[in-house]
Design a protein around this ligand. Structure first.
Ligand code: AMP
Ligand code: MN
Ligand code: MN
Length: 319
């Protein structure tokens, strides 16, 4: 594995850098992307930000400089170095997967266990609850100036991947880093307002849908949201993903799955569990990834097939 000190050297040698996070970006993906990107710009690098543009949460525009994002596919040869953050495999990069894997000088900075060496350089620390903590370590080692903007981006990542310091991945490092980021001027109130207070109408609609349609099967729960359902609620996957923790917040539920149809007969499964179930193992077995208590994978098939698949999963891990 590449060390953070080596990463600083690799970055220093590059002039033009493209940086990207995973598809359906969450707060940690954008936090890592914009914090690292802003630092790179501040030290004089020419930085281009890429993102698979599907379902970006609308409130991100009030915190991150989303106007900088480019969505179209790009020629990898335009850049000296490509960096991917918060991504555990190439398919997480969505439409930019090919450009990334074709480039010779690539770097991954992540907090998911990496299943394969899919980039020339990889740094990952799976003990970190958020990848923003890894970016923070990198910036500290690089003696970077952490501006209030960078501090806010990083804080947002720590906050969102820990569910506001409530998930079981929350540890001492989260608080240490958060406290430092406050010192550097992170606007924590703005982050809290947008992440946890201002729900849009489509977010409220999806929450109602989840509560009305969830299926409970002893200590397991799931809900399936089809494209038609999303259409009727004028909602998208971004609106659904903020409710991923909902099912596991009910007493007695050890595994919760929210399946969202993102293409016809193609579902994104968002899984959450108690300490009794390791969803990372389930996700990896089914071609996905994530962490012990929060992980995801995809399922191709009809809604009826998916129901059978989920019930089979429940049977296999019956507690
Ligand atoms: P989510 O349920 O989308 O909030 O994701 C929970 C965790 O699982 C995050 O760390 C994601 O990066 C990871 N994850 C979700 N879906 C996938 C997937 N299809 N492949 C790999 N990792 C995933
Ligand atoms: Mn993420
Ligand atoms: Mn993350």
């Amino acid at each position: 594995m590449t060390t953070l000190t080596e990463i600083i050297d690799i970055i220093n040698q590059a002039k033009t850098i493209a940086i990207m996070g995973h598809k359906y970006p969450d707060g940690d993906s954008f936090g890592s992307l914009f914090a690292l990107g802003t630092y790179l710009e501040n030290i004089g690098k020419k930085v281009t930000y890429y993102c698979d543009n599907r379902d970006i949460k609308p409130y991100f525009q009030f915190i991150f400089p989303v106007k900088k994002l480019k969505y179209a596919k790009f020629k990898p040869s335009k850049f000296d170095l490509l960096i991917a953050v918060d991504s555990s495999s190439p398919n997480r990069l969505g439409i930019h997967e090919d450009s990334f894997t074709k480039h010779k000088n690539t770097l991954v900075i992540d907090h998911h266990i990496q299943q394969e060496q899919w980039s020339k350089y990889i740094y990952f620390d799976e003990k970190r609850a958020s990848n923003c903590e890894n970016v923070y370590s990198l910036l500290t080692i690089a003696n970077a100036e952490i501006t209030p903007d960078i501090a806010t981006y990083l804080y947002l990542g720590v906050s969102s991947d820990t569910g506001s310091f409530k998930h079981y991945n929350t540890n001492q490092n989260c608080f240490t880093v958060a406290s430092k980021l406050l010192e550097y001027g992170a606007d924590i109130h703005k982050v809290n307002d947008y992440l946890y207070r201002y729900y849009t109408s489509s977010q409220i609609q999806t929450e109602k849908f989840i509560l009305n349609n969830l299926v409970i099967n002893s200590n397991f729960a799931y809900v399936i949201i089809t494209m038609k359902d999303l259409d009727e609620m004028r909602a998208n996957k971004g609106d659904v993903s903020m409710h991923s923790d909902k099912l596991i917040s009910f007493a007695g539920i050890d595994l919760g799955i929210i399946a969202t149809e993102t293409k016809p007969n193609y579902f994104d499964l968002s899984m959450r569990s108690s300490e009794k179930v390791n969803v990372q193992e389930i996700a990896v077995k089914n071609g996905g990834g994530g962490h012990k208590r929060a992980a995801g994978c995809n399922y191709e098939g009809t809604k009826e097939d998916l129901i059978k698949f989920i019930n089979q999963l429940f049977m296999e891990i019956k507690l």
